[in-house]
Design a protein around this ligand. Sequence first.
Ligand code: NAD
Length: 484
Amino acid sequence: MSSKRKITVANGDGIGPEIMKATLAILDAAGAQLEYDVIEIGEKVYLKGISSGMEPKAIDSLRETKVFLKSPITTPQGGGFKSLNVTTRKSFGLYANVRPCKAYSPFIKTHFPKTDLVIIRENEEDLYAGIEHRQTQEVYQTLKLISQPGSEKIIRYAFEYAKKYGRKKVTCMTKDNIMKLADGLFHKTFDEIAKEYPDIQTDHKIIDIGTALIAERPEIFDVIVTLNLYGDIISDVAAQVTGSVGLGGSANVGEEVAMFEAIHGSAPDIAGMDMANPSGLLNGAIMMLVHIGQPEIAEKISNAWMKTLEDGIHTGDIYQEGLSAKKVGTHEFAQAVIERLGQLPVKMAPASFDKEDTKPMNVKLAGKPKAAKELTGVDVFIDWDEDGRDPNVIGEKLRQANANGLQLYLITNRGVKVFPEGLKETFCTDHWRCRFKTADGSAISHTDVLNLLGQIRDLGFDFIKTEHLYTFDGVRGYSLAQGE
Ligand code: NAD
């Protein structure tokens, strides 16, 4: 029986095949004990009419090998194609996206030579649920879903990561000054879990100022944990400011399966030209080798790669007159790394991985007791485009509805209160959120909601969706309207 570890490999699109060839050549030359199950994913598969971009046999391969080394792919625009990356991350439960971002100064130019941060991005939730609806002529909706276990899992992962790799600080980034419930849950979960790690410093930054600080002072960050969309954006910012967009690798880690890739895309503008920097995928592959228990090979490759950078052998994206010694293509860069296998960098700190690094991290959910849930009202969303969109007209009509005391409380348009007593200056779309509650705040039943909807229909309105207003252990589980 072969002692080689079987992994799934996808060459991807654009520069994908070139950088994969270069990466595998380096892995093989370094003595990595690997066997490749090569699958096809991406553009060709999409164009066969498979909207996920992945054939069933590719899924079987991943189920078997549990490790995926993947080149970037091109997602065709429009036409209902789902992002293969998002589908893979979610279908296989790859909840943690780990993106180290380090400066390689002075060999690669950066204004921030001390940067050495790791972004740990939640990978399964948030706006990436891909649940979108057009509800009226004018209004489209994307659902942002944040769960307590999803938040707990990624935050625990971030703290365990910091502990394992001796990192000193974990910063949480959210926008909970606006999204008090969803982002608030993430921040609150962070504060709770932080108490279990007294040796690790913690702080929280609102994502906008957090992003600005990454662009201006990235060296103040160590580990950053954040929600899916923010993590997507800040990891590109962080990679760019350290001058290393073509260099960053990423790991997408789940309980069973893990996927390793470059952070960049398929770069169609330079595809097939032997110009691409294979370092991003190579760095992903180095993380993979640690993950599958071949840390000594990971270390050997990482050191040879750093020595190559130190020797000024640079691909076009990082080449700089006066700093670089030679501009090379993808193939020659890989050969230069291979020639340096066994050597250490002289100026940069050598990489060092050991068996401890290969141990899986212990992420166990503590969970939460169930709260008492009570239905106290309903938001009915209505598509209405009559009478000059006068909020007083829709408001007075809806005041006629009353289901066992469940009656109109207020109306908002795009979240701003417009009835009763709205401002005449507020711009109104054709999308109205009409909140119904009992006068004394007492509980209601589903039958009351159904009766109310029947009355709203009889009044001639097109209701497009409802959201129930619940309390949990008496605490309001919905936001107030702006101006309420
Ligand atoms: P991109 O990252 O492919 O390219 C952005 C710029 O960086 C281009 O100028 C490109 O030439 C350059 N670049 C990227 N990688 C490089 C490398 N290794 N060496 C040298 N230069 C490099 O981003 P994009 O142009 O926005 O996206 C192109 C395609 O990639 C799109 O279809 C997008 O959906 C897809 N994409 C895929 C992934 C993935 O598979 N993980 C990630 C991001 C984007």
